[in-house]
Each structure stands twice: as structure tokens, then as C-alpha cells.
Design a protein around this ligand. Structure first.
Ligand SMILES: C=C(O[C@@H]1C=C(C(=O)O)C=C[C@H]1O)C(=O)O
Length: 100
């Protein structure tokens, strides 16, 4: 079921969007905090990107999207972008840990 409540003005719409953006960024910051920690557990730089894990996450978020009446293609697109950004930063973290 769609979760958004019915709004009666554009200001009402924007207030809800602004409220959610704060929560979304907070959660994304927490997520990247975990992704960066993954670097310390990986042997090689090539291990930073694990395609099977990426595809597992994509399938999961597509499922969550469907449960929430959201377009699964949109969820997949957003998540692939989040993961690419995350991997780029995890690679930098891996390089720092393993420099010498
Ligand atoms: C965090 C990891 O590293 C990468 C980042 C991922 C993510 O953003 O969720 C998923 C797979 C990995 O390529 C991991 O391997 O779990």
C-alpha cells in the first residue's frame, strides 16, 4: 500500500518531503558507515566490489519496493547508484588501510 498521506496544499507536500529527506540522509549516513567498515575485513582491493552481494541487495530492495507499491525499477536504480558511490568510498578506505 502507498504510505503517503493525502496532502491538501503544496506546502503540506513539501513539509512531508523535507521531513523524510532528513530521515533518508540520516539512514544513508549510517549505511555508508557500515560499508566503510567492510574494508577492514577484505583481503584484496578486488574484494571491495562483490557482484553477488550487489545482486542480492538489488533483488531484496526490488521486493521491498513491490511490498510498498513502489516501482521496483526505481528502487533498483537508486540502490545501484548508492552502491556505486559506496564502493568508490570503500575503495579509498581500503587503500588507506592497506597503504605501505
Ligand atoms: C559492503 C560491502 O562492499 C560493497 C558495498 C556494498 C553495499 O553498498 O551494500 C555491497 C557489496 C560490495 O561490493 C560488502 O561486500 O558487503
Amino acid at each position: 500500500m502507498p504510505k503517503a498521506v493525502t496532502c491538501h496544499s503544496l506546502q503540506d507536500v513539501r513539509d512531508n518531503i523535507d521531513r523524510l529527506d532528513e530521515i533518508i540522509v540520516d539512514l544513508l549516513a549510517e549505511r555508508i558507515g557500515y560499508v566503510l567498515q567492510a574494508a577492514q575485513f577484505k583481503e584484496t582491493r578486488g574484494d571491495v566490489r562483490i557482484p553477488s552481494r550487489i545482486e542480492y541487495i538489488v533483488e531484496r530492495v526490488r521486493h521491498f519496493a513491490e511490498e510498498n507499491a513502489m516501482d521496483p525499477d526505481m528502487a533498483e536504480s537508486i540502490y545501484r547508484h548508492i552502491m556505486e558511490e559506496s564502493i568508490a568510498r570503500e575503495e579509498i578506505r581500503w587503500d588507506k588501510i592497506n597503504q605501505s
